[in-house]
Design a protein around this ligand. Structure first.
Ligand code: IVH
Length: 684
């Protein structure tokens, strides 16, 4: 390193430059290569010198200087950020059979796409238990970092992510992408987590339950100084949108390229062959797990070949080319103190076991679901029983089985209640169905409360402060009986509630106001339509552009949306057919609930924006649904049949009579290659 000689130079600008280069070099060696090249004291000296020079020459300070990790001003709120490509989640598997089924599906699909696969090469990576973050680098400079959020829209956490030393503010290398959206997991190493909690106890502050919550909580701080004090780290594991850089051929090459850019990847990933290779990796890392410096909850396998990934594509929630293989859930024994019935949003009456509090898989569990009455009678859980409970990852703890040898003599089986435990209306159970439901609908306070809680929840309208207790109070006081009522709340009304000061009331009104600006996906999810979770809401919003179109869509149109079958289509239709629901929606919009028009992820393409396009024949590079979605995203209208209004017909293999009609009407006909060129997926 030539820094030492140069540091005597009288030109501060060039000294600042070489100090930065030296510090970046040391950071790379330390964080990415895990091979420190200087002693801490020397590193500190370089950084201090840089700070001195920058203090004396403020015009030399740049945002990507290693001295500028902690910004001065805290954020006033976390702003929403639309990811350029959606952040997906992963399908899970828990055993060898499920893994084998995944591998078979991969092989079958590749064969269907006319690809001869043999044994599939997978990249196996540890599945870290932290928070997923999307990082945006433009011409090598870190521009934005955002949480996953609902997959489409996350929260801007750039100010905190910049404080993570392992996240480079600038990428390395001669040929940097014009734009690189890179994904990774921000996590808190175990040692740091324990130390942080020890200090928190000393200061009399709240501790974190587990490293995952610690990472997610730290990222969402408003003041970057707080995040900077948390020992956060990162592993990068994948890409989102990329522009101005030719993708390598395999995921393994992507990981190596990321590392060369200075982005820290897991040192433990491996290229393995077929499921035998996956299983060997799994048991190997399982053995290492207790000694790893961070928490992992499983392994992720990803098809190595990127062209194959492309051919496999996605289902609404997750890629078909990757799967998470989770470690076995953690189990414990405890005692059933009581069995109660909860009434959910749709009236479903769920039996819940109240348990003697027990520590399982990192948290204390005091309730476990028994799912439904079939499960309850199959497992025959009774009050006083000793049971095995299990908690897997984030899922709700469940009762696995009764330890029958320990059953008290007087224990009696539990019967299905005939009346709703909340509103005393009749409970109905359709023959052959496991689920019993309260028949009262929104007249049942429990259903009302759950509907409103769901509406206000984080992934829905995200109304801060409108929590469980307050919803109870509002419904019990008769102030709110449907979601639209919450936007009619006033300060005068609120302060009359018990335990509600003027300050909290004002905060709630602010939060309500803030929540009015939302996204179409969140709004749809918030409505609480049966079986419309976040993924389905996302699919609906992506494929049916507007609320009004969706409200009037018939079941056939709904089923054109990928992964929407007759059952969900029926629920959606039934929901919008109810006058009451339409009325609630009308009032919500009138009270100012709104969302920006979805940002088209790809630029609107002037060749096809507004054009009516018809697809015929079999496409080889993607399914017809994918093609439709992509064309719509570029602003085209996709129609089912050819008419005089048709602008372009895209003909795949074995085109049908639509092609003849197009030719006879003189409509422009394209081959698949032209389509690919247009949507920017041209292949060699
Ligand atoms: S790949 C489309 N790789 O697991 C691919 N995810 O359950 C999506 N995660 O949201 C993610 N380690 O937060 C991937 N090596 C890894 C991962 C990983 C942890 C998390 C990530 C994701 C979640 C999905």
């Amino acid at each position: 390193m030539t820094v030492k000689q140069r540091s005597a130079s009288s030109d501060p600008a060039s000294e600042v430059r070489s100090l930065r280069a030296a510090i970046e070099e040391h950071n790379y060696a330390y964080y990415v290569l895990d091979r420190p090249t200087v002693a801490d004291a020397e590193y500190d000296r370089l950084l201090r010198r840089l700070q001195e020079l920058e203090a004396a020459n403020p015009e030399l300070v740049t945002p990507d200087s290693p001295s500028q990790r902690v910004g001065i001003t805290p954020a006033s709120e976390l702003k929403p950020v639309t990811h350029l490509r959606a952040m997906l989640s992963l399908e899970n598997c828990f055993n060898e059979e499920e893994l084998a089924a995944f591998d078979r599906r991969v092989l079958t699909r590749l064969a269907a796409a006319d690809i001869e696969a043999g044994t599939v090469s997978y990249v196996a990576e540890p599945k870290l238990d932290g928070a997923a973050v999307s990082f945006l680098y433009e011409h090598g400079a870190l521009k934005l970092a955002a949480t996953r959020g609902d997959g489409t829209t996350g929260e801007d956490v750039t100010h905190n992510v910049r404080t993570i030393q392992a996240v480079p503010l600038r990428l390395r290398g001669p040929q940097l992408p014009a734009l690189l959206e890179v994904r990774g997991e921000v996590y808190m190493p175990r040692a740091g987590f324990e130390e942080f909690n020890r200090q928190a106890v000393k200061r009399g502050e709240k501790t974190f339950v587990n490293p995952r919550n610690a990472a997610a909580g730290s990222l969402r701080q408003l003041d970057p100084k707080l995040a900077a004090a948390r020992p956060l780290d990162v592993f990068f594991y994948g890409l989102g949108e990329v522009r101005g850089w030719a993708l390598p051929a395999t995921h393994a090459d992507v990981l190596m390229a990321l590392r060369a850019f200075g982005l820290k990847t897991s040192p433990d990933w491996e290229l393995v062959a077929g499921i035998q290779g996956c299983l060997a990796y799994y048991s190997n890392i399982g053995r290492k797990r207790p000694n790893l410096p961070y928490d992992i909850d499983g392994v992720v396998y990803k098809v190595n070949d990127l062209a194959w990934q492309e051919a496999l594509g996605f289902v609404s929630r997750a890629p078909r080319w990757a799967i998470a293989h989770k470690f076995p859930a953690q189990e414990e024994m405890t005692e059933v103190l009581g069995i109660e019935f909860q009434v959910g949003r749709t009236g479903a009456v769920t039996p819940v076991a109240r348990l003697k509090p027990t520590f399982v898989g990192g948290v204390t569990v005091s309730n476990a679901t028994l799912h439904n009455f079939d499960e309850l009678s199959r497992k025959d859980v009774r009050v006083g029983d000793t049971v095995v409970i299990r908690r897997a990852g984030d899922v709700i703890p469940e009762v696995v089985q009764v330890v029958s040898a320990r059953r008290p003599k007087d224990a009696v089986p539990v019967a299905v209640p005939s009346k709703c435990p909340v509103c005393a209306s009749e409970v109905v159970r359709i023959e052959g169905e496991a689920i019993a439901r309260c028949s009262a609908g929104l007249f049942c306070p429990a259903q009302r409360k759950e509907t409103i809680r769901h509406f206000a929840s984080r992934a829905a309208m995200d109304i801060e402060g409108l929590g469980e207790k307050l919803v109870d109070q509002l419904v019990d006081a008769g102030l709110v009986s449907d979601p639209a009522d919450v936007y009619g709340l006033t300060l005068e009304r609120l302060v009359e509630l018990e335990r509600m000061g003027e300050k909290s009331a004002k905060n709630l009104l602010d939060a309500l106001e803030k929540s009015k600006r939302t996204t179409f996906v969140r709004f749809l999810y918030a409505l609480g339509i049966r079986d419309v979770g976040e993924a389905t809401a996302l699919a609906l919003a992506t494929h049916i552009g507007s609320l009004h179109e969706l409200m009037d869509a018939d079941e056939q149109r709904l089923q054109e949306v990928p992964d929407i079958g007759p059952v969900v289509a029926g629920h959606v239709r039934a929901f919008f057919a109810q006058r009451h629901n339409r009325e609630v929606i009308r009032r919500l919009l009138k009270q100012g609930v709104h969302w920006p028009r979805p940002r088209v992820t790809a630029p609107v393409n002037s060749h096809i924006a507004g054009k009516q396009i018809v697809l015929t024949g079999t496409l080889t590079s993607m399914s017809r649904d994918e093609a439709k979605a992509k064309l719509r995203a570029l602003g085209a209208k996709v129609a089912g049949s050819v008419s005089k209004k048709t602008d372009i017909v895209i003909a795949g293999e074995n085109p049908g009579s639509k092609l003849d009609k197009a030719v006879s009407l003189g409509v422009t006909v394209w081959e698949e290659a032209e389509l690919l060129r247009l949507i920017g997926e041209e292949r060699p």
